[in-house]
Design a binder for this molecule. Sequence first.
Ligand code: SAH
Length: 347
Amino acid sequence: MSGEFTDIKSLTYDEVMAFVTSIGEKPFRGKQLYEWMHVHRVASYQEMTNLSKAFRQQLEDTTTYTSLTKVDCQISKEDGTRKYLFALADGNVVESVLMRYKHGNSVCVSSQVGCRMGCRFCASTLDGLLRNLTASEILDQIYAIERDTKERVSNVVVMGTGEPMDNYDNIVRFVKLLSDEHGANISQRNITVSTCGIVPRMRQLADEKLQITLALSLHACNQQKRLELMPVANKYDIHEVVDACRYYFEQTGRRITFEYSLVGGVNDSSQDAEELTALLQGINCHVNLIPVNPIKERDYVQSNRAVVEAFKNKLEKNGINVTIRREMGRDIDGACGQLRRKHISET
Ligand code: SAH
């Protein structure tokens, strides 16, 4: 958001109405404006052809209309996955990914420019946090991809660069806008927010009583192992984090997803699977196993296929719901955050 200007696309429907009437326009102008932004998703005020020139000028003068510029787009020949690099108005760049599934298109959005969580295996955090994204800038990633592909997006996961619970207010605003029936109207049940485990914010999110899925990046079966991979564990013990997940389920009735990146020789033994089973006892959940995506800055390696299968079978035998995440766009990949890093080092 720039200075004193109103970030118009981050305003809720009611806030747009209030804003429009505050500058002396009729409420139905607010409805039109909101539809241009969130239904037709135009890239600028110029395209809002049924608004008067004077009103558009007034909007230009008093508000910010965010919009992204496509800098790069890599398309997988294997499965059509598209990895986008977008420039924000201030020149920073963010990554977003479109994945095509049988059940529809899913977009993975970034929530921050960089990240300060420091997870050992993750490329997005290597240069730290530059700034939070506004709700509008997170929405823009979806809108820009829909414009680029001329295809609808049905599912959204907040699993790109950044820690959404470290940008809490903007994420909640984003979810409300994305699921608003006046606008993009994507069901909350088709939205997933992934966190490394910031306990107070997870509990606060539970109290919002949204119908979104909460995914927890667990990646370890006990506190000691989690500490080795995720510095955030210094602040919140693994049991506190798992309790916050239970609380989320109690408040929302939404089944928790646990993400578990398998790192060769680090967290993939049969003993790890047993401990994980005990840790998740009695939680209505689903475990998503992700073969770690090696980054060149660290020497972590993927577990081999047989180890991944054995880990999955053990959990299944123990009555845990589990899937191995299909690796989309392997040929264009590089882990999360690597396209952005490549771009930054080249420019
Ligand atoms: N900060 C949030 C969301 C962004 S990361 C979170 O931690 O959940 C999205 C997911 O990708 C997380 O589960 C994260 O731990 C995982 N991840 C990051 N780098 C990875 C890598 N190199 N290989 C496998 N998974 C990775």
